[in-house]
Write a protein that binds this ligand. Structure first.
Ligand code: BES
Ligand code: ZN
Length: 480
């Protein structure tokens, strides 16, 4: 059963006010990874609580305690838990999304102020940090509720909401809340399935449903030595330089063609079967799509399956940055900083877990450092981690989403796994023992985490219809 016609008409008639809602949300720079922005993350939570209350959703904020960010103790942003409908004859669907965003500065190379939603009338693109990841999809659910409430359409399912403000920084505190609220009689009790809209199509034309995500292990490697910055003319070739040691270690991690150089990790990866290989062959994707999303002809391989498996079912190791590096203009000649800190992460696939991977990575780096005979000190920290997740796309939750996608986009969605991570996905699956679906709103070229992030107006508006139609399809399926 598809959604009643009035639902789609309401969405079309109110598209401008939905865009205004997104503009208000984008204007709040809720960057979770930077202590200076923490108040804005709280403001974003308040904005959502008000919006939800005005739609008749029962909502409360849950204090997740404190954490330490860059040496500073900070209050964690609250989890927002909400519910609407409590009909025992209906299924209950839990919707998860995150209201924090990645950092963004105009000086990073944005064409417009990142925290001001900037529509481009020619292309229909709505530019702004968080437009696609994940404020547009989060508001999509509120748009759906609004359309039902205002047009007097009965919601086809009971809804529960769990919105968090720390997803981009490792979801601190949320796992414990989910585990505490899952037993009988608690908030998440009675949920039949979970839907998360926090992913993207693979390209700009074919919708998809995602049934797997990679996990992650994120590391900081610090090399410390001299008590102060030193003159390289005086101390070069006389002291062990932290930056030199660090660069040497970082150079031991991954080859330029993406192969991880740490022995032992490859043994943890489940082998690719012929049957699984075929699943990648049928996906509507080409190397040109990767290069379009990346904005340059830089794909590692010309083989589509190699590119897809590299993203979806093989691990990857990326070096994110170096603290303590001289990065200003000019030609300073000191021996760089007393401590040089390198940051890198490994995306994990089944059967890797952070618990298995951590000792392998740490032992390897310690061994490589020992070979340098350096008198500097090495410290390796795991900043956060999450396990990979894969589910069965044959479940009714996926069947409902396939039908909804066909109704809205007139295309059968590709079934994909994704290279990114949403650590709570597995926590929900395990703690609630129910199926989790990833139902994307945005496109592969949205530029999540990048400069000029955008959401196409059509993806926001049709995506809102998709989310609502999915709920109606779920409502119509009988599960015994
Ligand atoms: N929306 C992404 C997850 C994602 C990325 C889904 C790519 C599909 C494709 C999410 O907001 C995200 O970026 N998560 C972080 C989590 C990490 C900090 C634990 C990520 O993947 O880097
Ligand atoms: Zn996201």
């Amino acid at each position: 059963m598809t959604a009643p016609k009035q639902f789609a008409s309401y969405v079309d008639a109110n598209a401008e006010s939905y865009i205004q809602r997104l503009a208000k949300a984008v204007a709040i720079p809720s960057v979770s990874g930077d202590a200076k922005y923490r108040q804005h993350v709280f403001d974003m939570a308040d904005f959502l609580v008000n919006e939800m209350r005005s739609l008749g959703i029962n909502v409360h904020k849950v204090d997740l305690g404190k954490h330490v960010l860059d040496g500073e103790e900070l209050q964690l942003p609250p989890a927002i838990l909400g519910s609407i409908g409590n009909d025992p004859k209906k299924k209950t669907i839990l919707l998860y999304a995150h209201y924090d965003v990645q950092p963004a500065l105009l000086s990073d190379g944005w064409d417009h102020e990142p925290f001001r939603l900037t529509p481009d009338p020619k292309t229909g693109r709505l530019y702004g940090r968080g437009a696609s990841d994940d404020k547009g999809p989060l508001l999509g659910w509120l748009n759906v509720v609004e359309a039902h409430v205002k047009s007097n359409i009965e919601l086809p399912v009971n809804l529960k909401f769990c919105f968090e403000g720390m997803e981009e920084s490792g979801s601190d505190g949320l796992d414990d809340l989910i585990k505490a609220e899952s037993p009988k009689g608690k908030f998440f009790d009675g949920v039949h399935a979970v839907c998360i809209s926090d992913n993207y199509w693979l390209n700009d034309r074919t919708p998809c449903l995602t049934y797997g995500l990679r996990g992650i292990s994120y590391y900081k490697v610090s090399v410390s030595g001299p008590a102060r910055d030193l003159h390289s003319g005086v101390f070069g070739n006389t002291v062990h330089e932290p930056m030199t040691d660090l660069i040497h270690l970082l150079g031991k991690l991954v080859t330029p063609t993406g192969e991880i150089k740490i022995p032992g990790l490859a043994n943890l990866v489940a082998p690719l079967t012929e049957e699984e290989r075929k699943r990648y062959e049928v996906i509507d994707y080409s190397v040109a799509d990767v290069e379009h999303s990346a904005g340059a002809r830089v794909a590692i391989s010309d083989d589509k399956v190699r590119v897809l498996t590299g993203r979806m079912r093989e691990p990857s190791l990326s070096i994110h940055g170096i603290e303590g590096a001289f990065s200003a203009p000019g030609a300073k000649t000191s021996v760089a900083k007393t401590t040089s800190k390198g940051k890198f992460s490994i995306r994990l696939v089944p059967d890797m877990t952070p618990e298995l991977v951590d000792p392998i990575v740490i032992n390897y780096l310690e061994g490589e450092f020992a070979k340098l005979n350096s008198k500097n000190k090495l410290k390796i920290e795991n900043l956060h981690g999450g396990k990979p997740w894969v589910t069965d796309p044959g479940h009714w939750n996926y069947k409902a989403a396939i039908k909804a996608t066909e109704t809205i986009y007139k295309k059968t969605p590709d079934l994909t796994r994704e290279g990114g991570s949403i650590p709570v996905t597995l926590t929900f699956a395990e703690a609630l023992g129910v199926n989790v679906l990833l139902l994307p709103m945005g496109r592969g070229d949205d530029g999540a985490h990048s400069t000029n992030e955008k959401l196409d107006r059509s993806n926001y508006i049709e995506g809102t219809k998709l989310l609502g139609t999915y709920l109606h399809e779920v409502g119509a399926i009988s599960i015994v």
